[in-house]
Write a protein that binds this ligand. Structure first.
Ligand code: ADP
Length: 400
């Protein structure tokens, strides 16, 4: 490495500013982190992109305007950054599907091709993530961009875990396998847990429960994910706000035949009209479910029970494949905010070494909610995917 480059790299690792972008179908969320403090300099969101009354929220400022596309949304964000004299060193993008990439990647033509190839499998996410990358190429030319994939934490699951029990030819022909999602969150909270406990991440057996509108659960051993509940798409696994999770594949076929439904109609039913919403008939939001439970609503109680029961079943099966358990983590909207869910899931799991302290569970101030005597430590850790993306981006651009 020449001396100029090494000076630049050491400057980057000591003082770096990273823009993190999460481009969804109708919104762009952003956060700017300053390293080494990992301080958030600015954050905001542009919502309702494509509508005439798009909303721009940056810190406390809110205005309604017309933002026709992602390119324009990013221009608005960059304008604000320029006005505040913030110099960006690199951009980290949340990209949902990275195919079989097992790590974050500096974006080049190959990486862009892979992201595009995955449009077919992740049509609701990858096209918008890609648009964000192209918009940044145009508006911040020459700045390094990094793709941090939701799937990469799971790319190295063993083949017997990621393959489905269908003809092998479909894996070869269409890449049908378990990809897993929420990987950035599972990795972040698992690494944080090791830090909090003062343990070596690479020596722990961890189960992380990401329970939000979308929910998934992951088993991590020796620093690597070995199993996860979401699959070829984010529909598999736990019962979610509006997604059904695991189901006998004959059920949708039966309903399609009975009600003469197209594949796209059944897709809507399984993704948007099922889960907590479908069972309760009330809402997919746990705040509404908890309220209705207090009123004695049977179907709200049933949805709650089914949600917790499914998580518990997964914990048992992951305990078996891990061969024990050191750490159980709860994160995301429900995992972080609903003590009753954590209590219900961990009830009667003393035989697995899981004992929660009910007082700590009600008010998890210092992350740990298990009893001193609990063999397995139970933690509540707020997820921070943006920080994980910023760290990955900073590390990659510093070492490239
Ligand atoms: P996602 O990122 O998948 O959109 P989040 O992790 O933000 O979802 O979780 C959102 C969900 O978390 C809400 O739909 C709601 O069910 C639940 N949630 C968030 N805050 C609370 C709270 N204070 N009490 C009960 N449920 C909550």
């Amino acid at each position: 490495m020449n001396s100029q480059l090494s000076t630049l790299n050491s400057q980057l690792s000591t003082n770096t500013t990273i823009l993190v972008l999460n481009c969804g179908s109708s919104s762009v969320k952003f956060k700017i982190f300053k390293f080494p403090e990992e301080k958030v300099l600015l954050k905001g969101i542009v919502e309702r992109i494509g509508a005439t009354d798009s909303i721009v929220r940056i810190e406390d400022e809110k205005r309604v305007t017309n933002i026709p596309d992602h390119h324009q949304a990013i221009l608005v964000i960059l304008d604000k950054i320029k006005n505040l004299n913030i110099e960006i060193d690199g951009i980290g993008h949340r990209v949902v599907h990275g195919g079989e990439y097992n790590k974050s990647m500096i974006i080049n033509e190959d990486v862009k091709r892979t992201i595009k190839k995955m449009f077919e499998i992740a049509p609701l996410h990858n096209p918008y993530n890609y648009e964000g990358i192209i918009a940044c190429e145009k508006t911040l030319p020459g700045k390094k961009q990094v793709a941090v994939f939701d799937t990469s934490y799971f790319a190295e699951l063993p083949d017997y875990a990621y393959l489905y029990g269908i003809s092998y030819k479909y894996y070869k022909k269409y890449g049908i396998r378990k990809y897993g999602f929420h990987g950035t969150s599972h990795r972040y909270v698992s690494m944080e847990a090791a830090k909090i406990l003062g343990e070596d991440f690479k020596k722990l057996k961890i189960i992380s429960c990401h329970l939000g509108a979308g929910s998934s659960i992951t088993a991590t051993k020796d620093g690597k994910a070995i199993e996860t509940s979401m699959g070829f798409t984010p529909l598999e696994g736990l019962i979610m706000a509006t997604r059904c999770g695991d189901i006998d594949p004959a059920v949708p076929l039966f309903i399609m035949t009975k009600e003469e439904l197209s594949p796209s109609k059944i897709n809507v039913i399984l993704n948007k009209q099922s889960g907590i919403y479908g069972v309760s008939g009330i809402s997919g939001d746990f705040r509404d479910i908890l309220k209705e439970m207090k009123e004695g609503n049977y179907r709200a109680k049933l949805a709650f029970k089914m949600f917790c029961y499914r998580v518990k079943k997964y914990i048992g099966s992951y305990y078996a494949i891990l061969g024990g358990l050191d750490v159980l983590i709860f994160t995301a909207g429900i995992g972080e905010n609903v003590p009753l869910v954590r209590e219900e899931i961990t009830r009667n799991l003393e035989h697995l070494g899981i004992e929660i302290d009910h007082r700590k569970n009600r008010n998890p101030k210092n992350y740990i909610i298990s009893k001193e005597t609990s063999k397995c430590k139970v933690l509540v850790i707020p997820t921070n995917e943006e920080l994980m993306i910023a760290r990955e981006t900073k590390n990659l651009i510093s070492s490239s």
